[in-house]
Design a protein. Sequence first.
Length: 158
Amino acid sequence: MAIEKVKKYFAEIGEPERVVEFEELTATSQQAADVLNCEVGRIAKTISVFVDKKPVLILLGGDMNLDNKKFKAQFGCRPHMIPVDEVENYIGHAVGGTCPFAVNDGVPIYLDESLKRFDFVYPAAGNDKSVVKLQLDELEKYIKSAGWVDVAKLKGGA
């Protein structure tokens, strides 16, 4: 189970208390924000895409969507979402609990600039009822970030 991999990862780095589990669903940004009683932008949603036919993760604010033009400018191609039934195979976590921790080897993880609005954010922790609260510098360190990108736009924005 993916959450067990995430718990093991945090235990190995001396932070076992970081993974928080709930009775309620946190599978979507809105569900997580409701459970945590915070603004939806603080939910660091994890998007699984192919870049040059290779899996890549991008974390962005829960109130954001990928912007095709910005994505193409950054990566040289349009974003191609990994099919829902293939995410777990490519990434190591199923949709609803996809997170940037304990992912399959070789999957680069990028942080979108939209997260910089916040001092701390909540990414998922491997299943649809869990999160991890991290300051941005901790997030960057714990996921071994491939870097910051600017590939998002506000939902409903141009």
